[in-house]
Design a protein around this ligand. Sequence first.
Ligand code: NDP
Length: 680
Amino acid sequence: MSRLLESYAAGRWYAASSQGGVEGDPLLDAATGEEVARISSAGLDLGAMAHHARTVGGPAIRELTFHERALLLKDLATHLTGLKDEFYELSLATGATRRDSWIDIDGGFGTVFSYSSKSRRELPNDIVACDGDLEQLGRTGVFMGQHVYTSRPGVAVQINAFNFPVWGMLEKLAPAFVAGLPSLVKPASQTAYLTELVVRRIIESGILPEGSLQLLSGSAGDLLDHLGVQDSVAFTGSAHTAGILRQHPSVLHGGVTLQVEADSLNCSVLGPDVTSSDPEWDLFVTGVVTEMTAKAGQKCTAIRRVIVPSAVADEMTDAIAARLSSITVGNPADESVRMGPLASLGQREEVRKAVEALRSSADVVLGDPTATSGFAGDGERGAFMSPVLLRARAGAVEPHDVEPFGPVSTVMSYDSLDEAVTLAARGKGSLVGSVVTHDPAVARTLVLGLAPWHGRILVLDRDDAPESTGHGSPLPMLVHGGPGRAGGGEELGGVRGVLHHMQRTAIQGSPDMLTAITGRWTRGSQRTVTPEHPFRHSLATLAVGDTIVSEPRVISLDDIDHFSEFTGDTFYAHTDPEAAAQNELFGGIVAHGYLIVSMAAGLFVDPAPGPVLANFGVDNLRFLTPVKAGDSIQVTLTVKQMTPRATADYGEVRWDALVVNGDGEPVATYDVLTLVAKEA
Ligand code: NDP
């Protein structure tokens, strides 16, 4: 008998075999039918796991800032990348070809790397993040509002599907970890041996704090009974299981957040402008064939519905069928194999049933789902199935309702763009759609029609094809999830995926209180005019609120003329008194906005070499009041936010810049962005 998979629970590895007599359910190699492992969660104390996550893992993660968490993720992804041969080897048993494993394994590590770098670039080096701008709630500015994100003291339960045992875990774990949440991962049993191996290597590395990752190998049992209001469940799998989870009392009445990614009948639409001599024709065929065959079509993003203009439907069906018929199906250990088996014989049975249902309103053009021979492998013991292409009959219903989770797609035709949109919408909500056209007007009509029904849309043509990542690849920086049938959830999307896990709270208070709470200087709160210029201070001694108030400076007509001539910006408002007088906003010659900003820099800068290393930009620049020749300006510069970089000996300092005229009216506001050394 093969090894019983273990769970990593409350700080130790747990084997159900320690419960006398438990043998577990066998997990078979998808291609050979040999037993790879056994699985059971019998006797596992799921309540203790949830408790351990909340009391040990969560507090340990939340000791760290967003940047420190992100750096641990980078270490983790680097460590796992060094071990990937071992993961690739075991991945063969899931039926994955090398390319399939690359999507799962390298795709998973890439997602972790991406979360590490995006979180460090876009989140503060703190434990609280501001959302949006400050809102002035009263007349004088002593009562302000600021939305903030904080970490929940809960556990993120992640229930994954069988098709991506590595990526599926990591794409959920990485954003949760940055958000300060411990993960309790429950992989789908069928391929849990690969997830278990990766978790084992993660735990052995000691990179993540104890309690931040636990593994439940086997049935989820009564896990949801142990969850409460600060906990969440992220689920990927069938609509059926999603329905069960949605009705669980903890979700219905207990305040547990449930995020679902379920079935999706994704489509690819060919524009009416494309003929077989256009590059887009071949891109379309390649897209459909790739999505039908990668992971043997067992991808939540695979193209199930091929929507093409009636005029070319026959020709396109033939083109796709011709390409599919050259695909070698078999044991992925054989290097000539392009498409591996389905995950299990049971899964093949499910796909066969789905094709049978589709046949009620579609005809099989290519492939025999019941075949057990003709493969590079044993078709009785391995879950092989050749690609199956169907052609929908008029008024077909099933292709819009039945998800064959395998190498199966149905071609359907349209006569107008409206009809194409209507067909796409009959999927009732999908993760991803693609539109293949080189006509911008067609692209706009189709994308705007499809967008309400989709989480992501790829517009593919000859221009973006060289760098396109394809229809089926969820990317860490773009949202993954879709409305309606697709579950209504949203994951990834860069830092959005982190913030989904956090609580957004509107904080109302005085500017000083908001500065203290957010760690970011708030307009209207105290400024500390330091005896020494703040540019003389490194991050070690600089403080939020440190301020320099410059001397005033008069902007003369000569200054304006000089600036016009020097820069070539001779716009009439700066050079032509009569025309400028006609301008109802200015009523005469005014200074260039950039002259004001440049002079302001001259007023606040401290020129000698020191801890300020560089100015790398300005944000949110607004010109509020025109400055006429003879007006004076004065600038106040205040440290707004300091973000030390964990990987460098400097950090970013964001300064609030306020330029006022002689009457004290604001002339310009902006943030100055600088790099400042950590130590003098
Ligand atoms: P399931 O919904 O059966 O399983 C998904 C996950 O949910 C697994 O980890 C499973 O664990 C777990 N699970 C099952 N029942 C419960 C329960 N009552 N409480 C808590 N967790 C539970 O989907 P499969 O992975 O078996 O795939 C079946 C079908 O789902 C596919 O054929 C396909 O149609 C669809 N699917 C859709 C995906 C998508 O994103 N669109 C992705 C994958 C599948 P265990 O494995 O231990 O039962």
